[in-house]
Write a protein that binds this ligand. Structure first.
Ligand SMILES: [Zn+2]
Length: 246
């Protein structure tokens, strides 16, 4: 299975993960989905220059949606001095997710091997947005055309997004799957997944929807740009990367 996906099991199978963010321009709102992995490894910290290349200044972003509280999704909420990177943005996060990271639950329940890194990022990047935060506790439209979808498992309150425009649909699955291999083996979970059984149930629900709707899918850690479609195959699904650049 690894060889089929160009990973060599004889060597320590190294997998270089992209850290993709998403900008949605609704015409009325400029929305950033996740704020990147600033400081997490080589090649990170490029979100602002990439936004600038698209003609977007941090002040232009009026909405930030955080799919979950891991370092590679909230790492750009604040700069090195702890100041807000997107000062004019209303922020959205699933309520269970916010509570997990800010109530002491993460400290009590996370595995030791990841705890310090994860908590360090959460402590730096979550409290500062509190004053501009809206918590989501049910599946509903966050903004016209942007639907919050419960996707727990990878973290306790991970949120996927359904984005619709002109009869087309983009399903942003965040980290419901971390590698295309997870479509073919939805029962294989990652060491970083918080609740493996919930991961599987969420994959069934979200990937079934993606395949049924023939939605364009965005997965944040798939080969860049992380866009493709999901088609049924055997017991699971298969990834069909999109040629289309949006
Ligand atoms: Zn991630």
């Amino acid at each position: 299975m690894l060889r089929q996906h160009n990973l060599q099991p004889e060597q320590w199978p190294e997998w270089v993960s992209p850290y993709i963010c998403l900008v949605i321009n609704t015409g009325e709102h400029l929305v950033l989905v996740d704020t990147g992995a600033d400081g997490l490894g080589p090649g990170t910290g490029k979100l602002l220059q990439n936004l600038k290349a698209e003609g977007i200044e941090p002040e232009d972003i009026d909405t930030v949606i955080l799919t979950h509280g891991h370092p590679d999704h909230i790492g750009g909420n604040t700069d090195s001095e702890g100041r807000l990177t997107f000062p004019h943005a209303r922020c959205f996060m699933w309520k269970d997710e916010w509570d997990f990271w800010t109530s002491g639950q993460a400290e009590a329940e996370l595995d030791e091997h990841v705890k310090e890194v994860l908590l360090g990022y959460a402590r730096k990047n979550l409290p500062p947005i509190h004053g501009q935060l809206d918590l989501v506790d049910r599946e509903s439209e966050i903004l016209p055309g942007i639907e919050a979808i419960a996707a727990p498992g990878h973290t306790p309150g991970q949120m996927a997004l359904g984005v619709s425009s002109g009869g087309e649909q983009l399903l942003c699955v965040s980290d419901v799957v971390l590698h295309p291999i997870h479509l073919e083996r939805p029962d294989w979970y990652a060491a970083i997944d918080f609740a493996p059984e919930q991961v599987q149930a969420t994959r069934q629900r979200i990937l079934t929807r993606a395949a049924t709707d023939n939605a364009l899918v965005l997965a944040f850690h798939f080969p860049f740009p992380g866009l493709g479609r999901v088609v049924p195959k055997a017991e699971g699904w298969q990834w069909q990367p999109s040629e289309r650049v949006v």
